[in-house]
Each structure stands twice: as C-alpha cells, then as structure tokens.
Design a protein around this ligand. Sequence first.
Ligand SMILES: O=C(O)CCC(=O)C(=O)O
Length: 260
Amino acid sequence: MNNAHTGHQVHLTSEQMKHYQEQGYIIFENLFSGEEMDRICGIIDGFDEASEKALRAKGKEFISRSGQINFTANLNFLSAELQQFIADQRFVDITTTILGPDIKLYWDQSVYKRPEASKDFPWHQDNGYVPTEPIHYVTCWLALEDATVDNGCIWVQPGTHLDGFVEHVKTDLGWVCYFGEDKGIPVELKKGSLVAFHSLLFHRSTPNLSKTHTRKGYVVQYSVDGSFNPNTGQLFKNGPLIAKDGKSAYEGFVTRENCS
Ligand SMILES: O=C(O)CCC(=O)C(=O)O
C-alpha cells in the first residue's frame, strides 16, 4: 500500500486507517532510505553478533535458537543513535495517528533469522507474550534488508485482531494461538519498508529457505504512555517517551536506569 510521506513526515490516509481498523495492519513502503537502513543495520548487526555468540554456548534461550533465530531485546538502551532512530518523526506520526497523542516505546528487539532456520516462528498475538493494559499497542516490523517468502518474512491473518485476545499454548518454538490450516498472507517488505500491526493480530514467520541470506528485522513496539502489566501493576519502562500531545517529545538519551 502506498502512503504519503514527504521528507520525514508521514500522513496516514483514511484508506490506510480503514485498513488498520478492518484488517489490522498497514504497510509503509520505502519509509526509510537505503542509507538509513545501512546505518541502523550496521549498529544492530553488532548486537546480534554478540548475543548470537553468547547463545551459541547454550544452544537455546527462550525463543532464540542458535544458528536459526535470534531475538536481541532492548537495543535502544545500548545505542544513542538507535534510540534517536526509534523516536524518529515517522514513528511519531504513525503511532500518534493510530494510538493517540501520548506515546512511549513499549519494546524493541532485532529478530535475525539465519539461512539454517528450518522452523516457523509460530502463530501468535504479541499480547500472548506479556499482558498489557490497555491491550492495544502497535508493532512496527521494519525490514533492515528485503524480507521475502523465501527468506522467512512475516505472515498475517487479516482481521484476527477483531476477535480479541486468544489463549496461547506454550511450545518449544514459542507461544502459539492458532494450530489450524489457514496459512494467512505473506507480508514481503523491501529494505526500509515497514508493516505496522495491531498487537492482537495473528502473525508468524516461516523458515528461511534462502540458503545464503540472514533475514534481518527490527521490531519496534509502541504503546500509549502509562501502559502497564495488569498482572503486576508495573508500568513498562523499556524506552523513552516519544510523543506528547501528538508532537515529538524525545529529549535525548534515556538509559535503562533513568527510564521512567
Ligand atoms: O521476525 C520474526 O520472524 C518473528 C517476529 C515476531 O513475530 C515478533 O517479534 O512478535
């Protein structure tokens, strides 16, 4: 889907908002330039490499499996440049239009799927991992390199966010909310393109069959300010405030220790 974005601003059309409300996602093509992606990917590659190295000794940790799929979380606290990036005006525009005027980073992680990745990352809703209040937040899956059916892109089941929260079953590969036959539809993304989806939308990713290329994604999730875990009552403190009253509110590097 094409969207109007000029310079560093994004205007979401009524057609895009209708698609989000009814189908649960919007694709933003070429939101970031190749140069921007090379810079961001260069930073994230280093973090992935370090965490993959640590993972190798253990083989597996939670949903990461060495040599196959590696999740590296909370990267914004590790790099001022990356934190500045997740507060970019384009993210402000997308998230304030969808969620409202006051927005915080909820979570960020890279997901690198290596050519040996032979298994699905199974169907789930992002809310299946950690409960949030309010339940709705936005996941931005950003393609650091081209994401294709061949190399294990994201697949979605359009409209499933409208069914509300579904119980998840814990498996060796991750939490699963759907074991049926519906294959969903693939979301292929060119480097620098992004899919923004509702946290309740069923999604998965398929094996990397490319034999040669690591599929590289950066998952950046945003919630309304004040979002908390209803089981513990704790506010999420995984990154900075990025918007207040609908405008950019990022004021410089926030560490894990001084994040409020
Ligand atoms: O990037 C992937 O392969 C899966 C990522 C995903 O579904 C998630 O982070 O919720």
